[in-house]
Design a protein around this ligand. Structure first.
Ligand SMILES: Cc1cc2nc3c(=O)[nH]c(=O)nc-3n(C[C@H](O)[C@H](O)[C@H](O)COP(=O)(O)O)c2cc1C
Length: 206
């Protein structure tokens, strides 16, 4: 099994999504030498905002940038590597914090590398077709407030809904989420929410 593990939290050792995404990977990959795990820390090695020059090589619009200098080519090569890592993965585990009601811009920049016409989706006579189906996607999602259905802030939730939309577009229609929410309410709630998330990880199909 090829597992791609992506973290995006800026909080380093204080991050909840990093803790939970690592627990998910440990549950799925274990110590088996059968599994190959690729790790991307998007806070440490952040992809730049998407530009024409930094589109992955496989993107149909990439050539519009014309010849690239050596530095720009390295950035493009890294974009292509991100796409290839995603394409090769059987399982994708993402640590996704909510920042300002949305996802970290580093995570969005990574998604900008993997949404590539002809590779991960295409348009046909029947409309859009996701080409990345068949992968398992598990997201560790943490947020300070509470945004579930019926919550007063539900309409401000743009992480889970966005990830469902974009990965559904790419063909992954059944993402699994391990939620840690309401942690801004205090230490007791935070501790209980993290413990509940670890329980949920323990119930994931291994
Ligand atoms: C810069 C920043 C912005 C945040 N914005 C929100 C927000 O808009 N809504 C919310 O519920 N929590 C927000 N939070 C709380 C985080 O979602 C929470 O701390 C969560 O644990 C982040 O995941 P992490 O610990 O892996 O970084 C924010 C935290 C930070 C550091």
């Amino acid at each position: 099994m090829n597992l791609l593990h992506v973290d995006a939290s800026i909080l380093g050792p204080y991050s909840i999504t990093r803790e939970v995404s690592a627990a998910i990977v440990a549950r799925l990959a274990g110590n088996s030498g059968q599994n190959k795990v690729i790790y991307r820390d998007l806070a440490k090695d952040s992809p730049p905002h998407l530009t024409l020059a930094s589109l992955p090589t496989d993107h149909p619009r990439a050539s519009l940038a014309g010849p690239l200098d050596a530095a720009a080519q390295l950035v493009r090569d890294e974009s292509q590597r991100m796409l290839e890592e995603f394409l090769a993965a059987d399982v994708v585990v993402i640590g996704a914090p909510m920042y300002n009601f949305s996802l970290p811009s580093q995570l969005k920049a990574w998604i900008d590398r993997i949404a590539v016409p002809g590779k991960t989706f295409r348009y046909g006579p029947g409309g859009v077709e996701g080409l990345a189906g068949g992968k398992r996607l598990i997201v560790a999602l943490a947020r300070g407030g509470v945004y579930g259905p019926g919550a007063p802030a539900a309409s401000a939730e743009h992480v889970q809904s966005y990830l469902r939309a974009i990965f559904g577009f790419l063909g992954i229609t059944d993402p699994e989420f391990v939620l840690v929410e309401g942690i801004a309410a205090g230490d007791e709630v935070r501790t209980a929410a993290i413990a509940a998330a670890h329980d949920a990880v323990g119930r994931l199909a291994a």
